[in-house]
Design a protein around this ligand. Structure first.
Ligand SMILES: C[S@@+](CC[C@H](N)C(=O)[O-])C[C@H]1O[C@@H](n2cnc3c(N)ncnc32)[C@H](O)[C@@H]1O
Length: 271
């Protein structure tokens, strides 16, 4: 059974505004792997759990065709709103039943999404739709992230970690898989040719207001908000006040740096 989250329109809009575009460090890692294992031509890439397309669009220049698939109609609508390359398309669908022909896909990716899938069914589909030597790349970002601003980086990171701790009881079994850096998912990959890359680091400049928006986009914040809307709102408002005070600024537009760490599982289908 696919997990039915992220489906509400407001949640999808938060994704569009606050979620990360896949960084070039991860894209290059995946493309190098595909080149090494299968080589060109790169005809078709499919990004599953594509959300509003932030993990999909970056693949456009390397493939004849890129398709983003998501179980949520609201996310697909958001993805389609963005002006993007002509060779990228989006459609609603599930990871467990991919509407692609046997042996037709060069690369399958899932960014911050594989932990939501029914992995046994998904792996059967991966094996069916990939070309011989075609590749699978499943990656995700570590939360909490680090924040950097002048001399107060450590204190800032603590302020945000404190707010995230308040959300911890609302985490699901699925999001806990992220904390183990996809250990269980690695074990369910049926191809023997598989590897993991840890500690992929990259930075992003964001305004202060991004921190609150990003946390609001997390599934477990959404769960907190449903259960206790007033406390959920107050938690993030307090966090934002503490961030402004720690940085000694008054504008939510003030820029700071987020340092992310990601991990990626890579696998290649036998010939
Ligand atoms: C955390 S979001 C990641 C979105 C995007 N890939 C990114 O990089 O931000 C996870 C997405 O996976 C989708 N999803 C969850 N289970 C799914 C399934 N079984 N099949 C397809 N999509 C699924 C959700 O609707 C959601 O848009």
């Amino acid at each position: 059974m696919a997990s039915r989250l992220f489906e509400e329109r407001e949640h999808a809009a938060l994704y569009q505004r606050y979620r990360l575009s896949s960084p070039f460090q991860i894209r290059n890692l995946i493309l190098d792997y595909l080149q090494r294992k299968k080589g060109k031509p790169f005809t078709l890439a499919v990004d599953i759990g594509c959300g509003s397309g932030q993990s999909t669009r970056g693949l456009a220049s390397y493939f004849d065709r890129v398709v983003g698939i998501d179980v949520s109609e609201a996310q697909i609508e958001e993805a389609k709103k963005v002006d993007g390359p002509d060779n990228v398309s989006y459609r609603q669908g599930v990871a467990e039943e991919l509407e692609f022909k046997d042996g037709s896909v060069d690369l399958l990716t899932a960014a911050a999404a594989a932990h939501w899938f029914d992995l046994e069914k998904f792996m059967k589909e991966v094996d069916r739709v990939l070309k011989p030597k075609g590749c699978l790349a499943l990656y995700c970002y570590r939360v909490p992230f680090e924040l950097h601003y002048n001399a107060c980086s450590e204190r800032l990171t603590q302020v945000v970690q404190q707010a995230l701790k308040t959300l911890a009881p609302y985490e699901s079994e699925k999001t806990r898989i992220v904390r183990t850096e996809y250990r269980e998912i690695f074990d369910t990959i049926t191809f023997s040719d598989k590897e993991r890359v840890n500690n992929i680091q990259f930075k992003q400049s964001v305004p202060i207001l991004w921190i609150k928006g990003f946390i609001e986009s997390l599934s477990y914040y959404q769960a907190f908000q449903k259960k206790d809307p007033e406390v959920a709102k107050a938690t993030l408002e307090r966090m934002e006040r503490d961030v402004l005070q720690t940085m000694g600024v008054s504008s939510r537009e003030t820029m700071l740096e987020v340092k992310w760490t990601a991990f990626c599982l890579l696998a290649s289908k036998p010939e």
